[in-house]
Design a protein around this ligand. Structure first.
Ligand SMILES: [Zn+2]
Length: 73
């Protein structure tokens, strides 16, 4: 308990500390879920998704417009 590691998680089953990169407790083999990962979705992920969807929509609209115009003329 004297390790200077800044961030450590604790197993809820056996109370052992484990590094944050581990998903299974090395002591009791309980499958662990990092609590910070499922609590909230990062804002930049949502922004990136919205940007991607908008970009795809604009691209599809431009493609459809070009196809329609080329088809007409
Ligand atoms: Zn454990």
């Amino acid at each position: 308990m004297g390790t200077p590691t800044p961030i450590r998680h604790r197993c809820d089953t056996c109370g052992h500390d484990f590094p944050p990169t581990v998903f299974v407790c090395p002591t009791c083999r309980t499958i662990l879920i990092v609590p910070t990962a499922r609590n909230k979705t990062p804002g930049w992920v949502i922004g990136l998704l919205v940007l991607l969807i908008v970009a795809l929509a604009i691209y599809a609209a431009m493609l459809a417009y070009q196809v329609l115009v080329l088809h007409k003329y």
